[in-house]
Design a protein around this ligand. Structure first.
Ligand code: FE2
Ligand code: FE2
Length: 204
């Protein structure tokens, strides 16, 4: 550990001490607390492209969240709606999965499933225009969350490309993002039925 106690000096994890990992844990906690701001900044990146649609990707995301909010969906669901396409920039071929991974510690199993599978379910509305099978979602028929995912796409996602819609701004949703992303429900490092109050491990 360095003299100021703010950083460690080991160069291989195998040499680290518990004291050094208490330093790492403090840094990790502070970094985690900034997660909502990073999510908000990354959502902002979606404004840079339309993908050929009538609105840019951020507007589409905001409109999806706005529709969910106006239909009375709870805060966690609305945040999922807002974040569902955040993977577009870095996971352009499997964007649903990236959004789902980001949300997973903070949302219900159903909401996670909806976000993870929304890409295939959304395909019901356009895959056939591209020579693909629009019913690809039917591979999940009988799954307990099939209807919930189908409804997400039907009611909020497939219809959120309208430049004339009264879409709420990102600032409106920012407090919701901060609340949802600061209250982890579980950790991938704990058993599935355990509550996560120590979500991070400072690992790399
Ligand atoms: Fe999507
Ligand atoms: Fe979408």
């Amino acid at each position: 550990m360095t003299a100021d106690g703010l950083n460690t000096s080991f160069t291989r994890m195998v040499d680290a001490t518990p004291e050094e990992y208490s330093v790492i844990a403090r840094h990790s906690l502070a970094f985690q607390q900034e997660l909502p701001e990073r999510v908000l900044r990354h959502l902002g990146l979606l404004a840079s492209d339309t993908g050929g649609y009538a609105v840019d990707r951020l507007t589409h995301s905001l409109q999806t969240a706005t529709r969910a909010h106006r239909e009375g969906r709870d805060e966690e669901y609305v945040v999922c709606a807002l974040v569902h396409d955040i993977g577009d920039t870095l996971a352009s071929l499997n964007h649903s999965e990236l959004a789902a991974v980001i949300l997973e510690p903070f949302v219900s199993e159903e909401n996670h499933w909806i976000v993870k599978h929304h890409g295939i379910f959304q395909g019901y509305y356009f895959f056939h225009h591209l020579g693909l099978d629009r019913n690809l979602r039917d591979r999940y028929r009988g799954h307990p969350h099939w209807q919930a995912c189908a409804h997400f796409c039907a009611a909020y996602d497939q219809n959120s490309f309208d430049p004339g819609y009264d879409t709420l701004p990102l600032d409106f949703f920012a407090p919701m993002v901060r609340r949802v992303f600061s209250a982890p429900r579980r950790s991938i490092y704990l058993p599935a039925d355990a509550t996560a109050d120590t979500p991070g491990n400072g690992g790399r």
